[in-house]
Design a protein around this ligand. Structure first.
Ligand code: UT7
Length: 336
């Protein structure tokens, strides 16, 4: 069996900064509520005409990751793209990236696991590298949330949380045994699928039906729905479980964690997990204050920033953990 390491990281966020005060001009909300409940101060939104889409942002992040990895884009054996907001219903963003990067017929697949998407994608990449099938896998998490949120009072509990952006990682075969991804842990619980969901447009909810069924625009299934408190409670429980599962698998203690990068769902969730594990402030990386919740992009953006700021050093134990719609959750334990 081979081992996988992260050879390069990159991120891209749109230039357009949207503050809590900006949102309060669109809906009945305010900086105090958003800051207190979520920790978010601002997020990035794609601006019409700025050329950004889920796929193009993914490409921008990927180019940085590829450059830093030192490999040529032509050496990429597989692209794994995680998103809940693809440019098209089909095909997925993976093939768009393959075309935009001008990589000759490498396989490309999309992962649809929402906030856990990046960890699922890393796990998929890790399996291909471990078994020796591929040497280099490009993993991308990218989201265009702002194009599909309800920016009226009706959608305020969801729309203030989410932001746009992309992160990417080049995963390659590690030269040193014991360095790289030590293990990944994935879970799902489909019975809660609709507690955090976007029902349509889909094969169950075509646009024509939605309009016919909702002439007054009530109960609109083409905006995301979230049972916030239920999701919050499950997130806290599952984050803790899946971090413990990863530590146990590798014979590690909480004290071995050098850096925890939680999916940036809500600062209160990250703080709860930090307190539960009694981690110091410099052992947990948060940037939700600047970007909001960018779903599949949140971990690769945070990982890239933590690395750029010199907060991750060779030999560190880095723990990635996520929870989100599905419900899905997962963790990755990495020796840097
Ligand atoms: O990444 C995927 C996983 N997602 C998560 O983990 C998110 C988990 N859930 C949460 O983060 C929180 O549940 C939220 C931040 C979404 C909401 O916080 P909450 O403390 O659960 O608030 P709530 O939904 O219970 O609403 C409390 C009050 C309500 O008013 P009343 O009924 O008490 O009068 C809401 O109408 O806050 C009101 N409210 C708002 N007020 C100002 C809801 N949204 C807003 C808003 N601005 N944007």
């Amino acid at each position: 069996m081979y081992q996988t390491k992260i050879a390069g990281l990159g991120k891209y966020v749109p230039e357009n900064v949207v503050t809590n005060d900006d949102l309060s001009k669109l809906m009945d909300t305010n900086d105090e509520w958003i800051t207190e409940r979520t920790g978010i101060k601002e997020r990035r939104h794609i601006k019409k005409g700025d050329g950004n889409t889920t796929a193009t942002m993914g490409v921008k992040a990927a180019k940085v990751a590829i450059e830093r990895s030192g490999i040529s884009k032509d050496d990429i054996d597989l692209i794994v793209f995680a998103t809940l907001s693809p440019d098209y219903y089909f095909p997925g963003c993976g093939v768009q990236v393959q075309e935009m990067l001008e990589i000759d017929t490498c396989p490309a697949l999309d992962v649809r696991n929402q906030c856990s998407g990046f960890i699922y994608a890393v796990s998929v990449a890790d399996q291909f590298i471990k078994t020796g099938m591929y040497n280099n896998v490009l993993v991308i998490g990218s989201e265009n949330h702002s194009g599909g949120l309800d920016f009226t009072d009706r959608g305020r509990s969801v729309s203030v949380i989410f932001g746009d952006g992309a992160g990417a990682a080049v995963l390659t075969r590690s030269d040193h045994n014991g360095q790289g991804i030590l293990s990944t842990h994935l879970h799902s619980e489909g019975k809660h699928a609709l507690e955090l969901s976007l029902k349509g447009p889909s094969t169950n909810y075509w646009v024509t039906e939605i309009i016919a069924d909702n002439p007054q625009g009530e109960d609109i299934p083409y905006y995301p729905y979230m049972n916030g408190q239920f999701v919050f409670k499950n997130a806290i429980q599952r984050f803790s479980e899946v971090i413990n599962e990863g530590l146990k698998e590798n014979g590690l203690e909480v004290s071995d964690i050098d850096m925890l990068i939680p999916h940036q769902a809500n600062l209160r969730i990250s703080q709860f997990v930090q307190q539960k594990f009694k981690l110091a402030d410099d052992q947990v990386y948060n940037n939700i204050q600047k970007y909001g919740n960018t779903t599949a992009a949140s971990i690769p953006i945070a990982l890239t920033e933590a690395w750029e700021e010199g907060k991750i050093k060779e030999g560190d134990i880095v723990v990635l953990a996520a929870f989100g719609s599905g419900f899905t959750w997962g963790s990755a334990i990495i020796k840097w």
